[in-house]
Design a protein around this ligand. Structure first.
Ligand code: PMM
Length: 285
């Protein structure tokens, strides 16, 4: 028997969970992101890219102003606001409301929500203690698992014999923290944090049972972000991140079988078709 799941909302869109896979298109307004750094720093370029992703079938646009690439320079909060808010304001003015802000900082999240963003995507899952208060005003919150590799080490050095269990326990605790801060549990989305302090084997293993992650944490939905990441390069030999879109589609389709509700990707057009086919085969209507 299949139980009916609730819907998420993002701006003027309703996302009925379980009926299909929702696509979050990435717009990095940063000079240094690993996959597309520097391409959309200019306001007009960022807005045009967001509109191109929406036209290609993105359900949500995720706008980020700080690179999370290992070794990236942390960005001053004022600079992060100055990067993301004008893009959000311009998109809202042009009638687009399904917008998410990718930030670890409550001050940036607050400014983005005020400008018209609907979701907060926090890759540190509420390390900033003010995030809970700010996120009560968001339509949904993404809490991502991120374990920092020890100083001087790389992700491949991280030892964890049961990565699924440790990610589940960690995220379940962050969900409790968010709910205690007043965030509606039906608006919480969890994310295993592909590539963040994990080996190739960890990323492969975490990609397998996303439904189990959702159930174990009590979240409403699960988001999966494999796009162009290093583990795909390790599996395919594609050294250039921009050459990993086919590999991304493989990961996305496998993750849909494992329970992904939302996929966060750079190349929306191709993923849209892959998702349509995977959804038709895998989802019981
Ligand atoms: N990955 C990146 C940035 N933000 N947010 C979520 N929720 N999940 C992810 O996997 C994730 C993220 C990495 O950088 P990118 O913006 O170039 O993909």
């Amino acid at each position: 028997m299949t139980t009916r799941r609730p819907s998420l909302r993002c701006g003027d869109r309703v996302l009925p969970l379980g009926t299909r896979t929702f696509i979050m298109g990435i717009v990095n307004v940063t000079p240094d992101s690993f996959s597309d750094g520097g391409r959309y720093v200019d306001l007009a370029a960022a807005v045009a890219h967001a509109e191109a992703l929406l036209a290609a079938g993105a359900d949500i646009i995720d706008i980020g102003g700080e690179s999370t690439r290992p070794g990236a320079t942390p960005v001053d909060v004022d600079l992060e606001v100055a990067r993301v808010v004008p893009v959000i304001e311009a998109l809202v003015k042009r009638g687009h409301t399904a917008l998410s802000v990718d930030t670890r900082h409550a001050a940036v999240a607050a400014a983005a929500l005020k400008a018209g963003a609907a979701w907060v995507n926090d890759v540190s899952a509420f390390d900033d203690v003010d995030m809970g208060r700010v996120c009560r005003d968001a339509q949904a919150v993404v809490l991502m698992h991120w374990r920092h590799a020890p100083a001087g080490a790389v992700d491949d050095d991280v030892v964890d014999d049961d990565v699924s269990a440790s990610v589940r326990t960690w995220l379940a605790d962050r969900v409790v923290r968010a709910v205690a801060a007043g965030v509606d549990p039906t608006s919480i989305v969890v994310d295993p944090g592909i590539g963040f302090g994990k080996t190739v084997a960890h990323n492969v293993s975490l990609s397998r049972d996303l439904d189990g992650l959702r159930r174990a944490t009590g979240a409403a939905a699960v988001l999966y972000g494999p796009s162009r990441k290093r583990f795909l390069g390790a599996l395919t030999g594609q050294t250039d991140p921009a050459g990993r879109d086919h590999a991304t589609m493989g990961a996305v389709c496998a993750a849909i079988a494992g329970g992904a509700d939302v996929v966060r990707v750079h190349q929306v057009a191709a993923v849209k078709d892959a998702v349509a086919v995977a959804d038709a085969i895998l989802r019981v209507r």
